[in-house]
Design a protein around this ligand. Structure first.
Ligand code: ADP
Ligand code: GN1
Ligand code: MG
Length: 374
């Protein structure tokens, strides 16, 4: 196999690719995307005539997803359901939903010698994936995520596995933070007193959404749970969100968290790991365009209580993500892929800055929801 870019684990990639029957000459694979968890590659095949045919190959992180076969069961169930709905609505199921390429022996995915699961999906061409957005793109992603929720509202949630247990259980995230702090494996706690205090001051907040769930105020739905802007493919021709990707954490959850995670990532103009915090500011105008798009996409499927709690979704997803980055920093950076020594600490700080901003503008956030509630 020629032209491979796979510095660390060449042999594994070769083994995985050999499990598939490609439609044209296999040219190579390159690392692709900006994900923090899985190993994603773009695989290139060159036919004798015409353009390259591309695929996305992903190795699932066993550290994050301890039961990848259950995750793949969810993936197959959800994507086939979405393809049916999209077909009924006159859409293009191969462009608007993910699908799998089978292995040579007819399996939906390949398990390598180490137990790691790999899946191959056709590359959805003529789309873009953004790390930061214009208001128009952000609104387009909001419509897609709102519509995702709407399309899955009757999906049999009980058939879904919990791919990461307690994924958005903010109380549990808090408890894990306290445990990492108590262990302080690398002696890092001494240097981050301010961040520790920030989390501890917000312990009660960690229960707000869960209390509402327990009391029956908020319903459990099928949710995506990782609604970053870069988990939507935007159609290059129309500028519309065409496909929701990264379905690994799609499972029963709260709609306010899907809303909230998008706001966390997209309603500001800085990168998630920006070191200069003066550049990190919650942008209420972007929050407004997202709210409008999300509620349009959801087409009235949210209850009054869900609408009321949307601003909490934003605040809590941002706080929780910051807590997760800080916990991983205390723990020795085992979960999120890092590219510099204090990367997780930098990421945590941007999240906490955004939480502060949202706390200050919380009434305005509620007023925006009221304006677009339907
Ligand atoms: P991660 O869990 O690592 O974030 P994703 O599933 O989001 O993995 O994929 C990483 C990136 O790969 C995406 O942000 C997107 O740019 C690209 N991507 C994933 N699947 C496809 C696809 N089927 N077609 C085109 N691009 C894709
Ligand atoms: C991870 O895999 P990726 O990069 O889309 C994480 C999310 C975090 C996000 C922070 C399975 O998402 O929960 O919000 O990083 N995914 C998992 O950027 O833990
Ligand atoms: Mg992703």
């Amino acid at each position: 196999m020629a032209n491979f870019y796979y510095p660390e684990k060449d042999a594994v990639l070769e083994e995985v690719l050999a499990a598939y029957d490609f439609p044209a000459t296999l040219m190579g694979a390159v690392r692709y995307g900006q994900g923090h968890i899985n190993d994603t590659f773009c695989v290139l095949c060159q036919p004798q005539e015409g353009d390259c045919i591309r695929f996305i190959l992903q190795g699932l992180s066993l550290a994050a997803f301890p039961h990848p076969e259950e995750l793949m069961e969810n993936f197959i169930g959800i994507t086939s359901y979405l393809r049916e709905i999209i077909t009924q609505q006159g859409g293009d199921p191969m462009r608007e939903a993910l699908s799998l390429v089978k292995t040579r022996d007819g399996k939906d995915y390949y398990t390598d010698g180490t137990g790691k699961v790999w899946r191959l999906t056709p590359f959805i061409e003529n789309t873009d994936c953004f790390q930061s957005a214009t208001p128009e793109l952000f609104e387009a992603s909001a419509r897609s995520f709102g519509n995702f929720q709407h399309m899955l509202q009757n999906y049999p949630a009980e058939t879904l596995h919990e791919t990461i247990v307690n994924f958005h259980n903010t109380e549990d995230r808090y408890a894990k933070f306290e445990a990492a702090l108590a262990a302080d494996k690398l002696g890092r706690a001494a240097g981050i007193a301010e961040e520790i205090q920030f989390v501890q001051d917000r312990k009660a907040d960690c229960s707000v959404a869960l209390d509402a769930l327990r009391s029956g105020k908020l319903p459990l739905r099928v949710t995506h749970n990782d609604t970053k802007l870069n988990n939507i493919l935007i159609d290059r021709a129309t500028g519309k969100g065409i496909c929701v990707i990264d379905l690994d954490t799609t499972m029963p959850g709260l709609s306010i968290n899907d809303f909230g995670d998008s706001i966390r990532f997209g309603a500001n103009h800085a990168k998630e790991d920006e070191k200069d915090l003066s550049k990190v500011n919650f942008d209420i105008d972007l929050y407004e365009v997202y709210t409008r798009g999300f509620l349009e996409g959801a087409q009235g499927s949210l209850t009054p209580a869900e609408l009321e709690y949307l601003p909490w979704g934003a605040r809590l997803m941002t706080l929780e993500c910051g807590i997760r980055f800080l916990t991983d920093y205390l723990d020795g950076d085992h979960y999120f892929r890092i590219h510099r020594p204090e990367h997780n600490l930098d990421r945590c700080r941007t999240q906490f800055k955004l939480v502060r901003d949202m706390e200050e503008q919380f009434d305005a956030m509620a007023a925006v929801v009221a304006k677009y509630a339907r």
